[in-house]
Design a protein around this ligand. Structure first.
Ligand code: IMP
Length: 211
């Protein structure tokens, strides 16, 4: 089955490819289908929930590709920041006037610097956080979406650790692994991560539906 993955984020794409490895799905990405980035793509992340954004991405790319499509929206929720950056995780520093593109390490480095700054006076025990991921699958642009959600718990460190992963991973100490997602090997991150869990659950739904 050919399945379009509605993301242009390299970190996510790497993980999603790995989760589907060996399964009977032919994954394609917008760039493989010659779907160039259009200005209206910016509107896909303007919803107020992960689910709304995931469905918007799936519908948008299914409309453009005429393929079954999986949309994914995810982010970091920090308890001491009342759930921020949440749905704004990807461009959080930009929304606060920090020019991510100008900084060495780009937007991820700018986001992580802002996170450390916002938590500067927060003690260890109050630095709890979780990643959340919602995946939306639609068979055609007008079909009802299949939605799956998953989370993984952790804590925000006071300094980055590790070189793997992407985004906030160097600051996110996984409760289950005892290391940051940037220190963990990919199979370990996939086993416990919000994205690994959500996508595996979706695959189960798709396999059941096809039987
Ligand atoms: P979006 O779903 O495209 O809005 O982007 C989600 C953003 O949340 C990413 O750009 C990262 O900043 C953050 N994020 C989501 N999942 C992860 C993860 O597994 N590791 C690190 N950061 C993540």
């Amino acid at each position: 089955m050919k399945l379009l993955i509605a993301t242009r984020n390299d970190g996510k794409a790497r993980e999603i490819r790995d989760i589907f490895a060996g399964l009977p799905f032919q994954l394609v990405f917008p760039v493989d289908q010659f779907l160039e980035r259009l200005p209206d793509e910016l509107d896909l992340e303007r919803g107020t929930s992960f689910a709304e954004n995931a469905v918007a991405k799936a519908r948008y790319f299914a409309t453009r590709s005429h393929l079954p499509t999986l949309g994914e929206d995810s982010g970091l929720e920090v308890d001491a920041l009342e759930g921020a950056p949440g749905v704004f995780s990807a461009r959080w520093s930009l929304l606060h006037g920090v020019e991510g593109g100008q900084r060495e390490g780009g937007i991820d480095a700018a986001n992580n610097a802002l996170l450390l700054e916002r938590l500067a006076n927060v003690p260890d025990e109050a630095r709890t956080a979780r990643y959340r991921c919602v995946v939306a699958y639609i068979e055609t642009a007008t079909a009802k979406p299949e939605l799956v959600e998953a989370t993984c718990e952790g804590r925000i460190l006071t300094a980055p650790r590790g070189n793997g992963g992407f985004g906030y991973d160097p600051l996110f100490l996984s409760t289950e692994l005892g290391v940051t997602f940037a220190e963990a090997a990919l199979p370990a991150k996939q086993r416990v991560s919000h994205r690994g869990r959500a996508i595996r659950a979706l695959i189960e739904v798709l396999v059941r539906r096809s039987q």
